[in-house]
Design a protein around this ligand. Structure first.
Ligand code: F0G
Length: 489
């Protein structure tokens, strides 16, 4: 397998340097604060060593997520002004419906207030007690909803997909032999659907290939099993297909998006990610699926022409979806991620490769080999990086996992610090600052220790859980920062 190449459409510099160029201009800005290290230390302690609990007044670069934080385009903002306020039959909804049909090729659309609301409706409709749902990899909210309805997920990635350092361009692929074996073992009656997640989030934003999706479709057809696509990060997956899958090197992003969606019976998405706005949706060409789910939309979300989303946001979703077919728009985040990954590799910092979508994923297990997994290395690294930089990332490791029936932590497959790159939000110098502060932290990694829960919610504990440091390592780290950086922030 060959190494994923640098994006072919990147602008070449005369100097030969490989720099991602912004193909947009900044017209509306928001002031940021970079507070001193002493305040950063106090803030992370007040936040219970959980970056979800930080207030943005203390955050310099918000790299928690791309969810609802992508930059809005001028055309999206303009579209919001023409929103048609109506409980039922809003023209804004019909405009969204036609954008979904144009981009995803699906004519029936069920709106929902965000991605997990779609997962609630899909799971309540199709998952039964003892169902088995094969997928390339779970997302936290997907797992929670399938579990809530009595089902079990089975992840069937290829063996090398969880290796942090790899040259496999499609780590999000489903292992076809594992899928066949799983169907043979459980029988089709227990499998309500196969789920494929575009730019597989929790393994580092890693794409699947269309060749792989075609094979999955073939098996789904043979066994009459439904194929559901989580399209929350479909733009990035399409971009990687164009970069890395030979058959599509000259195809437009629109063609690639349609190819993927045509292979799925149902497509759902978090519009907070895919179209730079709010909301979510489930779409299909099968009226019987639409009919099976529509009553739950009315019950949980709202009337079928707004689904819990404001009409203004529906308008910006429609424009954002069409913009997802524009390579200049969707390439911005992956090319900045690729730049940061390259810099970190130069510094010898362990990081997930190939560079994926959504964010740069630092490998906390190898960054902090002296912190045992039970002491949550990814959570500790997220806290330490905030102290060192004022940038907040997200723990994607065992803190984001669950406990088993005996109350023991289910250790995550990987301990990652995710540094998200929302579309068109950060500049190159901010990206260089992140690389520089991570380099300093890596040089001082021996100072970082573990953390433990002091308050632990039973469901999705990473959102509201509170933790504490196992020693006074955060104070020592802040003191070393002051010593090395003097008066600097
Ligand atoms: N599916 C995927 C692949 C996601 O990445 C997300 C959200 C969801 C479903 C749920 O969507 O948040 O709109 O309810 N991912 C965000 C993240 C939260 O930060 O990665 P939602």
């Amino acid at each position: 397998m060959k190494v994923a190449p640098t994006p072919k459409r990147a602008v070449k510099f005369f100097s030969g340097e490989d720099i991602p160029l912004e193909l947009h201009k900044v017209r509306v800005v928001q002031k940021l604060n970079l507070v001193p290290v002493e305040r950063r230390l106090a803030a992370i302690q007040e936040a219970g060593f959980n970056t979800f609990q930080l207030g943005t007044k203390d955050v310099y670069l918000d790299m928690l997520t791309d969810s609802g934080t992508n930059a809005m385009s001028d055309n999206q903002t303009a579209a919001m002004l023409q929103a048609d306020d109506a409980y039922a039959g809003s023209q804004s909804f019909y405009r969204l419906q036609s954008a979904v049909e144009e981009v995803f090729g699906k004519k029936y659309l069920l709106p929902a207030h965000q991605g997990r609301a779609c997962e609630n409706i899909l799971s309540q409709t199709f998952v039964k007690p003892d169902s088995v749902v094969p997928m390339n990899y779970h997302f936290t909210t997907t797992l929670a909803h399938i579990d809530r309805n009595g089902g079990k997920i089975v992840e069937i990635l290829t063996d090398d997909a969880l290796q942090v350092k790899s040259v496999n361009p499609f780590k999000g692929n489903i292992d076809i032999n594992k899928l066949k074996a799983l169907i043979a073992k459980h029988g089709t009656a227990k499998i309500p659907f196969i789920r494929m997640e575009a730019s597989t989030n929790l393994i580092g934003g890693q794409p699947f290939s269309i060749a792989n999706m075609r094979e999955v479709r073939k098996i789904a057809d043979e066994h009459k099993i439904m194929l559901i696509l989580d399209a929350s990060l479909i733009g990035e997956n399409a971009y990687f297909v164009k970069q890395r899958e030979d058959e599509f090197k000259d195809s437009s992003i629109s063609v690639i998006l349609r190819e993927m969606c045509d292979l799925a019976d149902i497509v759902y998405f978090s519009a907070r990610k895919v179209s730079s706005s709010r909301g979510g949706g489930i779409c299909t060409n099968r009226k019987e699926y639409f009919d099976q789910m529509k009553n739950l939309v009315v019950l949980y979300e709202g009337f079928l022409t707004y689904g819990g989303i404001s009409v203004r946001e529906i308008e910006s979703m429609a424009v954002g979806l069409r913009e997802t077919t524009d390579e200049n728009v969707i390439s911005q985040s992956p090319s900045f991620i690729e730049y940061l990954v390259r810099k970190l590799e130069e510094y010898g910092i362990p990081v997930v490769t190939p560079a994926g979508g959504l964010g740069c994923h630092v490998d906390a297990m190898n960054f902090l080999p002296h912190v045992e997994q039970k002491d949550y290395p990814a959570g500790a690294l997220a806290a330490a990086f905030f102290i060192a930089s004022g940038a907040r990332g997200m723990e994607r490791g065992t803190v984001s996992s669950v406990r088993d029936a005996n109350g023991n932590d289910v250790m995550a497959d990987a301990e990652l610090l995710r540094l998200a790159f929302p579309r068109r939000v950060f500049t190159l110098s901010q990206t260089q600052y992140v690389a520089d502060r991570l380099n300093w932290l890596y040089q001082n990694r021996g100072l970082i220790g573990g953390i433990h829960f002091v308050e632990e919610p039973p469901v999705l504990r990473f959102f509201n859980g509170r933790l504490a440091a196992n020693s006074d390592w955060p104070q020592k780290l802040a003191a070393k920062f002051r010593q090395d950086f003097g008066d600097s922030l």
